[in-house]
Design a protein around this ligand. Structure first.
Ligand code: GTP
Ligand code: MG
Length: 370
């Protein structure tokens, strides 16, 4: 049995969706926490047949952005999916994801496999959204959310203050009618303890409420410990923690806070990337970018107890690397993409943790062998 946590090692958008998508089939139970301010992107391919000429086989590449459900919804359609008790739920977004998923699977209503949502998760209401919009949060901290108008901070605050009754258990049953099972997620996960489970973290360790640079952080603890707590899985069950780190960390646009120690703020043009490629999903603002901070990654590795690191956006260092298929040895990477190999060895030296995967494009991963 393995319980694996996938967490961000910097300031979000590290490519957790890419990494989870790559390893999804190794895990039969996938848990998502957090809220819709995190969007995990993954791609799938499906064969299409030309009805006029059935011998003509082709594949279509489909993009999925997951704000509430685990990426395994698409990356491992046989898996059981969970939304943990610590999550905050936008019913509108969750129901939309559900209907998109049913459509993709060619079902009217969700059949097996199943999606279990914990009744203790809280719902984000129109009032939370209104209250958050009335604050100066976005101006003050740039906000880590995609719009700062999603009500996530306000819903979390209301939960902490035990102010309003937004617990999912008290809801009108709309989610159950849509085919979701409302049940105790930690107990379900305890029952399947002999099977492999993946906990899908959101945002980045550098945004964590308690250890991040307050107030330039998000409204929850984004480390593996927070992920366990929000999923309802005991921390002693974790035996694999994958820290996902980018070659060039990003922050949302605006007054969004400091970089890790030693990072230098850059312009996208400085690294030869079209800024249009790095816009936030909803507001389409160009993200801030900086050079890598090894002390930040070392701190994140320590805070998360990382057992391995996935280094993403290596194509920003070596555009040709995306064409590599299958695993590669560290030696081979060193010979063909020396800049990437230098990042790998610097990170391993700073953290004492092996880099086991390279993200080489939005939908390509290389497994690194010694
Ligand atoms: P948050 O929880 O929202 O922080 O997101 P995340 O870490 O899951 O990031 P996400 O999956 O949204 O990735 C950010 C963007 O980078 C998406 O558009 C991905 O398709 C893309 N991406 C991920 N990995 C790579 C990579 O190695 N290279 C390139 N070029 N793009 C990547
Ligand atoms: Mg994202």
């Amino acid at each position: 049995m393995t319980v694996c946590a996938v967490v961000g090692g910097q300031l979000g958008s590290e490519g957790k969706g890419l990494v989870v998508g790559h390893i999804a089939k190794d895990y039969d139970h996938h848990v998502r926490v957090g809220a819709a301010n995190a969007g995990h992107t993954l791609y799938t391919e499906r064969p299409v047949v030309d009805p006029d000429n059935p011998a003509n086989e082709a594949t279509v590449r489909e993009k999925h952005v997951m704000q509430q459900l685990p990426c395994a919804a698409y990356a491992h359609p046989e898996a059981t999916l969970y939304v943990g008790p610590g999550a905050l739920i936008s019913k509108e977004i969750l129901l939309h994801e559900l209907s998109t998923l049913c459509e993709w699977r060619g079902e009217q209503r969700l059949g097996a496999p199943i999606i279990v949502v914990d009744p203790r998760a809280h719902i984000i209401t129109a009032d939370h959204i209104r209250r958050e919009a009335e604050t100066d949060l976005q101006d003050r901290i740039g906000s880590t959310s995609t719009t700062a108008r999603e009500g996530i901070g306000a819903a979390q605050a209301a939960r902490v203050m035990r102010e309003d009754d937004c617990v999912l258990a008290g809801d009108d049953g709309e989610l159950e009618r849509a085919g979701l099972i409302i049940a105790d997620v930690p107990m379900w996960l305890d029952e399947v303890r002999s099977e492999h489970t993946l906990l899908e973290g959101t945002q980045g360790t550098g945004l964590s409420l308690t250890t991040g640079p307050f107030p330039y952080c998000t409204s929850r603890n984004t480390t593996a410990a927070g992920l366990c707590a929000d999923a309802g899985v005991a921390p002693t069950r974790l035996d694999r923690v994958i820290l996902v780190c980018r070659t060039y960390p990003i922050r949302v646009a605006g007054n969004s806070g400091p970089w890790g120690e030693g990072s230098v703020e850059l312009q996208w043009e400085d690294i030869g990337i079209d800024p249009g490629q790095e816009r936030t999903t909803v507001t389409k603002k160009v993200r801030r970018v900086a050079s890598i901070s090894l002390p930040q990654i070392a701190e994140s590795a320590a805070l998360n107890g990382a057992t391995e690191i996935a280094l993403t956006f290596t194509d920003y260092l070596a555009p040709g690397i995306a064409a590599q298929h299958g695993p590669a040895s560290k030696n081979e990477v060193g010979m063909r993409w020396s800049k990437v190999a230098a990042y790998v060895s610097d990170i391993e030296e700073a953290t004492g943790v092996p880099v086991t995967m390279l993200g080489t494009g939005p939908d390509t991963v290389i497994e690194l062998e010694d």
